[in-house]
Ligand binder design. Structure first.
Ligand code: PA5
Length: 437
């Protein structure tokens, strides 16, 4: 089975074998801390065994919901923010056509809400929902987050007006805590179908729970394959103690070596626009897990070659504060070849017969060589192709490496105390009872 691989061939002048050998004990210790559940935040380690232990009844309930709602809904609105929507969006956007038809197809087209407070966004969304049949998943672990609560109130009102209260209830699925939170109470009271987000899985690690699985399945993708990929990567991450055999350990070790040498920014780069939301999910995973106590690599992302024409200059010649991790895709799903043109007015006949992937791979290698020359360490993560299995592997790889890397950094990778600060100010400014002071 082909696997996600980590390559460090462009790191030689930045990270020595001795440095890797010196840090390997620390990486291993962090891994043991993670697996044994003896580190900070150990009440949020449910994700470690999730792909192996997820109950078959959850999977079959998800499939039943998909079978039941798909014929009734052209659109499926996923309401959630941060960890409650980014994982699903990352997988769906990686797999779907860039030009996915919103109004045709066997499965509902997934659209998102609850991740913004923009009035224009909701006006436009309601206009769209007027003319299409739709269903909704409202996702919030705490059940009290303002953005999805506001979105759900607006969409629930619209849904009830459109279908009547009882029929609307059949088009709503709530994914939330088993016992607590306003969303839990609403779901109970209104009789919605519900899924539970396990207590011991934090938002940004929840993509392999119903939080991610339900929307991904609703979009028509194979969640069994996704979980199989995650399971196989789990085995690799848990069973291998050598950096060379364990890509997650190697990634965590290299990140920490570079960070300690002053590389405070990591840029995750793709050469395939479908992976843009993988980067968004990754930024949350690493930013929220490591950015605390005045520490942490700042996760940034770029989509190449597009951003080579905007940010390429900075990466090549600006402050040397970053390293790059290139997410490289070996094979496309389909081929597009450069056609011949007798006149050759554009001067690109030297590319005739080449596939776009060949050209893109050369752009990638050319970029890596230029940036290394410019003094930027470059790591490469190669995926064989983009499918559910590989995405499951990639998700688990990044999660496991994040836990190890966070422990190596000396922080609790599983809390997010800083996220509350803006909420308190917003509540006070909006006059929420209890926040007057
Ligand atoms: O990873 C996290 O914990 C956060 O990003 C949350 O997922 C996000 O704040 C949404 O929280 P909730 O699911 O409670 O609405």
């Amino acid at each position: 089975m082909q696997s996600v691989c980590l390559y460090k061939e462009h790191l030689q002048q930045f990270v020595s074998d001795d440095e890797l050998a010196n840090i390997s004990g620390e990486a291993l210790k962090a891994k043991e801390t993670l697996i044994s559940g003896t580190g900070k935040g150990n009440d949020f380690l449910g994700w470690v065994d999730l792909p192996k232990e997820i109950s078959p009844s959850i999977i079959s309930n998800i499939k039943n919901d998909v079978a039941n709602l798909s014929p009734k809904a052209r659109l499926f609105v996923v309401i959630g923010i941060g960890g409650s929507y980014l994982g699903a969006r990352a997988v769906i956007e990686a797999l779907q056509s860039e030009f996915a038809p919103m109004t045709q197809g066997d499965h509902p087209f997934i659209i998102y809400a609850g991740h913004t407070l923009s009035e224009d966004y909701y006006f436009q969304l309601l206009q769209l929902l007027e003319s299409h049949d739709y269903a909704v998943a409202v996702i919030s672990k705490s059940g009290t987050t303002t953005e999805p609560a506001v979105a759900f109130r607006i969409i629930k009102a619209h849904l009830e007006m459109k279908y009547g209260k009882a029929n609307a209830a059949e088009r709503i699925i709530a994914i939330t805590d088993a016992h607590r939170g306003a969303l839990h109470s609403i779901a109970q009271q209104e009789g919605y179908r519900t899924y539970v987000i396990p207590d011991n899985v934090g938002g940004r690690f929840s993509v392999l729970t119903p939080v991610g699985l339900l929307p991904i399945a609703m979009a028509g993708y194979d969640i069994d394959k996704l979980l199989r990929g995650a399971c196989d990567m789990r085995d690799i991450c848990i069973n291998n103690t050598s950096l060379d055999e364990n890509p997650a350990l190697m990634y965590a070790a290299i990140r920490n070596i570079l960070y300690r040498k002053g590389r405070k920014v990591e840029i995750l780069e793709n050469f395939v626009p479908n992976l843009k939301y993988i980067s968004e999910w990754w930024k949350q995973l690493y930013g929220e897990s490591e950015g605390k106590e005045g520490k942490g690599i700042l996760p940034h992302s770029l989509s190449f070659t597009t951003d080579l024409h905007s940010m390429g200059q900075y990466v090549q010649e600006g402050e040397r504060l970053m390293f790059e991790t290139v997410l490289s895709v070996a094979r496309p799903k389909k081929r597009v070849l450069i056609p011949t043109d007798a006149q050759n007015l554009d001067g690109i006949n030297y590319l005739v017969g080449k596939s776009l992937t060949e050209i893109n791979h050369n752009a990638e290698l050319g970029t890596i060589l230029a940036h290394v020359e410019g003094g930027v360490p470059v790591l490469r993560i190669e995926v064989p192709s983009i499918d559910e299995y590989v995405l499951g592997q990639l998700i688990y790889f990044f999660e496991f490496a994040c836990g190890v890397s966070g422990y190596m950094l000396g922080v609790n990778p599983f809390d997010q105390p800083g996220v509350e600060a803006y909420k308190k100010n917003m509540f006070r400014l909006l006059g929420k009872p209890g926040y007057e002071q």
